[in-house]
Ligand binder design. Sequence first.
Ligand SMILES: *[C@@H]1O[C@H](CO)[C@@H](O)[C@H](O)[C@H]1NC(C)=O
Ligand SMILES: *[C@@H]1O[C@H](CO)[C@@H](O)[C@H](O)[C@H]1NC(C)=O
Length: 168
Amino acid sequence: MRAALVLLWAAVAAMAMAMAMEGIPPHEEAARVARFVAHACDWAALATLSAQEPPMRGRPFANVFSMNANASLTMSLAQTPYCKKKGYDPQSPLCAHVIFSGLVEKVPDGAEADFAKTALFSRHPEMATWPPDHNWFFAKLNITNVWVLDYFGGIKTVTPEEYFNAVP
Ligand SMILES: *[C@@H]1O[C@H](CO)[C@@H](O)[C@H](O)[C@H]1NC(C)=O
Ligand SMILES: *[C@@H]1O[C@H](CO)[C@@H](O)[C@H](O)[C@H]1NC(C)=O
């Protein structure tokens, strides 16, 4: 009985997830799509130019250590069940993705860091127990450009203002 209940709960949760994913905003509303994708994703790929010693210095580098603050962050619905369910290849523009670029900045201690902490640990609870002797700090991407690829006909640009004002 208990197992059946658990299974049922899992099925309900999967259904809720699938239904939520059907809620992707219309592709014309690129700012809303960007918000939707950013919310649906738990991780992103960050690319920057390496600030490491040569030979890496100045070369594209998709990792967060020793980085130049100029960076871009990419996330795609390919990491959610949505694209598979719809039969969209991760390379298809219909498998919506969004690219943010801007400057990576350290989040100052205080209310903003508390907010960052709550937000990060809500998606990645294990990180709350990572050993503090690594001197972790919270960082944010101060967004200057947003690009959305969610349909045929090329990539769309969204201003940071449109992005932050959009109702996801
Ligand atoms: C980021 O890139 C811009 C444009 O290339 C440059 O002017 C600026 O110095 C860079 N900022 C940092 C912190 O590297
Ligand atoms: C982003 O950078 C600009 C320019 O340096 C600054 O005025 C603004 O306060 C920053 N935004 C955030 C959210 O930190």
